[in-house]
Ligand binder design. Structure first.
Ligand code: HEC
Length: 107
């Protein structure tokens, strides 16, 4: 009985650690595109043109002339109704997905 509880606690702790590292599906060295598809596309759309979240490219995209630090800050801390990714993505992964979006914006 006691052992069962300890085992459950160990599994829960491991799950937490894995969640903190971005989950088992997202390798540390994932490209900006891979990160976008897994973490962002459900709100910003597979083509970055928006959905629940705002458009990041094309008509209506207001971030088109924003600096890199604006993207990093928005993803790190969250912005408006968008959640923070500070616990699910590493600083490096945030920078990579920020650069991926800027690249898709043609810069
Ligand atoms: C749960 C839905 C959701 C997810 C997931 C999400 N976003 Fe957002 N995002 C939003 C919403 C909503 C806004 C608009 C925020 C506001 O200003 O109210 C936004 C805004 C942004 C902005 C600022 C856009 C602008 O025009 O100023 C950027 C950049 C951004 N998201 C990038 C990302 C990236 C990169 C990811 C994945 C790591 C991501 N988002 C995941 C919903 C989401």
């Amino acid at each position: 009985m006691r052992k069962g509880i300890l085992g459950a606690v160990a599994v829960a702790a491991l799950a937490l650690v894995m969640a903190a590292c971005g989950g088992p599906d997202l390798p540390d060295d994932a490209t900006g595109e891979q990160i976008y598809v897994q973490m962002c596309a459900r709100c910003h759309g597979p083509d970055l043109r928006g959905g629940t979240g705002v458009a990041l490219v094309g008509e209506g995209a207001t971030s088109i002339d924003k600096p890199e630090r604006y993207f990093v800050q928005s993803i790190y801390a969250g912005i408006g109704r968008m959640p923070s990714f500070r616990r699910t993505l590493s600083d490096d992964q945030i920078l990579r997905v920020a650069r991926y979006i800027m690249q898709q914006q043609g810069r």
